[in-house]
Design a protein around this ligand. Structure first.
Ligand code: G4P
Length: 522
């Protein structure tokens, strides 16, 4: 069992839309032998046109159901890639996926550098000390100066970096990358299918001049010297702690520099890490199975309305048709058709090990964060909700269908589509999301799956913060003063709905003993 667990590498690729996540994923699958030709993997990106037909979005999202997890064997390793939605309106989905991975690869566009979405996702990685590797993509296009890029990465992502490969020019003049890790020169040949040959060269000899010309060879020597002088030796421990990120340069589209990344990744990336539960920390090599649900995806086929709950195996071995305890319901369940995912196929699996992701057919039995065990009362932590950025009142548009509406809202919230707050002053329900698209998703799905109609009404809010205090009197005083803005989340926790940044700031100043949290877990 220990061997099985040690060879697993479960990770996610994160990037700002268009940086090259899909291209990189595809090349990794190519190395894993899961696909034979480039171009086989379609982006699960949602078209950015504002007018895109909602059904289109749903179809596109549907595609990502089967490709949510991709797994393949590479050398002695079993690699599990967790896909994350390309559209930023589904960022919450990505945050949750990050709770199920042991490490992360960040793709950055060499010309654009660090972009908003990357910055946000990195914050989540930092909260969890997730080890990250950075891949600077699109070096076949005119890119920023690599030293400037490294500075930008350090500054914007708040992590120290260490280049392990180094680009020789970019754009039209792009010659290739020098592999600092293996002391090899990797010459660039634009091609989507062919893996370029590597040349082992001693950079101090004329051989290097022969390959890339004397001026560039001299420049490279100088830059490598500078790197050795400026950046400390790469230390795997620092990477595993989440303090240092190794950096690779390449071009995903041309399958260039990707193998270096993959080879280094499988070697240094962590095998499944211990997972914290409320009761204790669970080690991956414990013999008994434990796992948690981090994502639920609806099936778009109206004839098969079941969902798939994605469960990360945290410890031990999961086996098909074995009774497991659903801790929240205190009920024993057996799964006769758990699935695992190959590039574009789904297959039924008989067993899975810590680090693996299994898909469990779900008809409303699961909720994000649910724990499965062999009988132990365990509750995994680490699935925080983040304060939403957009808020709307949800109103019933068909009084005959109140029951359906409430059931629909309930189930959609269990799936983690959005967050629900109930205003304690007027009893109205407020839905909070990170993007406009989610409101459309909710309305559409309520109609199509629950036969209920809703209507949105505007509410002007800035943030929802979870509040706590060790001074009960002050907490009461605050709630009294802000009674119009107090709400409860679905777990019954107190949430303050601040209608502007200024109001929030004033509240923080006036009530010194109250802590305002922007995530639900503190
Ligand atoms: P994403 O999933 O992160 O959103 O990015 P994706 O891989 O879909 O790449 C976004 C665009 O950038 C695509 O172009 C892709 O071909 C291009 N691209 C990715 N990697 C490289 C690279 O290394 N070099 C260059 N020059 N381009 C790259 P597109 O025009 O949007 O799509 P397509 O028509 O090429 O499919």
């Amino acid at each position: 069992m220990n061997q099985e667990i040690a060879r697993r590498r479960t990770f996610a690729i994160i990037a700002h839309p268009d940086a090259g996540k899909t291209s990189l994923t595809e090349k990794l699958l190519l190395f894993g032998g899961q696909i034979q030709v480039a171009g086989a993997v379609k982006s699960n990106k949602i078209k950015k046109t504002a007018t895109s037909d909602w059904m289109d979005i749903e179809k596109q999202r549907g595609i990502s159901v089967t490709t949510s997890v991709m797994e393949f064997d590479y050398h002695d390793y079993k690699v599990n890639i967790l896909d994350t939605p390309g559209h930023q309106d589904f960022a919450e989905d990505t945050y949750r996926t990050l709770t199920a991975v042991d490490s992360v690869i960040i793709v950055v566009d060499g010309a654009k550098g660090v972009e908003t979405q990357t910055r946000k996702l990195m914050e989540v990685c930092r909260m969890r000390n997730t080890p990250v590797i950075i891949f600077v993509n699109k070096m076949d296009r005119e890119a920023k100066d690599p030293f400037d890029l490294l500075d930008e990465l350090e500054e914007e992502l708040v992590i120290s970096v260490r280049p392990l490969t180094w680009p020789i020019e970019s754009g039209q003049r792009f010659k290739g990358v020098y592999n600092i890790y293996e002391n090899k020169l990797n010459l660039f040949q634009p091609s989507k299918q062919v893996v370029t040959e590597k040349v082992e060269v001693d950079i101090h000899t004329e051989e290097l001049d022969r390959h890339i010309g004397k001026p560039l060879a001299d420049k490279l020597r100088g830059e490598l010297e500078l790197i050795e002088g400026v950046y400390p030796e790469f230390n795997v421990e620092d990477y595993l702690k989440g303090d240092t990120a190794p950096v690779f340069f390449g071009s995903a589209l041309n399958n260039f520099g990707v193998q270096e990344l993959l080879d280094c990744f499988v070697e240094i990336a962590p095998s499944p890490r211990p997972v914290t539960a409320v009761e204790r920390t669970v080690q991956p090599d414990e013999t008994k199975f434990t796992g948690f649900v981090f994502k639920i995806t609806a099936n778009i086929d109206p004839n098969h309305r079941s969902c798939v709950a994605f469960c990360k195996v945290c410890s031990g071995k999961f086996a098909r048709n074995t009774p497991y305890l659903h801790v929240r319901h205190n009920k024993t369940l057996r799964f006769s058709s758990p699935t695992q995912f190959m590039a574009q196929r789904k297959t039924t699996v008989d067993e899975a090990w810590a680090g693996d992701i299994i898909g469990l057919p779900d008809n409303g039995t699961f909720k994000i964060g649910d724990t499965l065990t062999e009988g132990e009362q365990l509750h995994f932590k680490g699935l925080p909700s983040f304060s939403p950025e957009m808020f709307k009142y949800i109103e019933n548009a068909d009084p005959m269908k109140t029951k359906q509406l409430n059931k629909g809202i309930d189930q959609l919230m269990d799936e983690g589509v959005a967050q629900l707050f109930v205003n304690q002053f007027n009893g109205r329900k407020i839905i909070g999301t990170v993007g406009q698209l989610q409101f459309e998703v909710i309305q559409y799905r309520l109609e199509n799956e629950y036969n209920a109609k809703c209507r949105w009404e505007p509410v002007s809010l800035y943030k929802a913060c979870w509040i706590e205090s060790d001074d009960p009197a002050e907490l009461e005083a605050f709630k009294k003063r802000k009674y119009q803005y107090m709400a409860k989340d679905r777990e019954g926790r107190d949430v303050f709905l601040a209608d502007s940044g200024y109001v929030l700031q004033m509240a923080q100043m006036d009530f010194k003993h109250i802590k305002f949290h922007f995530t639900s877990e503190f």
